[in-house]
Design a protein. Sequence first.
Length: 274
Amino acid sequence: MSSERSTPANRSARTIAPAAGHSGPIVQPVARGLSLLAAFTPNDVWLGNGELAARSGLPPSTVSRMAQTLVALGYLHHAAEQRKYRLAAPVLALGYGAIANSEVQRLARTQMQAFAEEHKVHLNLSTRDRLDLIVLESCSSRQAAIALDLHVGVRIGLASSPMGWALLAALPELERYYLMGNVERRMAREWPRLRRRSSEAIAQVFRLGFCTSLGEWDPDLGIVAVPLMIAGHAPLVLACVGSTAQMSRARVERELGPRLLGVAVGLQEQGAPQ
């Protein structure tokens, strides 16, 4: 599967940047510490000083000082013999605190599992983290035709995935242009293709309420994605992933897409403030 996942090759200089539209002051030591924690992915165990510097965009001397502080605070473990670091349990506690009490996720989980079982597919709920989407919830049918490793915590490229395209379509125009401008600077070589494909998918969301990708990520994968916007919550995306053998274009546009859109509309109504 060739998504823009979090690998050393495409995660260089993943600094913590202000959210779109943010105009307040940025406390740089806090931003630098967070950029080190954000450098780790679900596929990483230990990272050395050089790897952390490359991924965070910080000088090695700054990485060393910040890492030592995070070790002292309990957020990183340090292996002196290997001269490497790994995330410690308090980081997991922070992440769990962010999602455990989400009413939206609680509501979504039940409906996602029901949809996955009925249609024999995988269903994911994601949100944006800078120029990536991060999976918050993942449900699968035991009868799904393919295995899928889009587990909680996996990152997916904002501009190179149907999940990202669906989210971009739902954002205000200025915020969408701001994010796409950042993608263009980071991925200049791939930008013409990404701009064309994302524009097509955004237009599809405007027209149908969902966007599709059949065999683009992987010849065997079909994907349908729907934006999920609930007042008071960060933008979310629901994505149905299955085998292209069972996801013909006709079935996707007549059945799976409208049904997934219906799930999103239902969640929006349930999650809206009373």
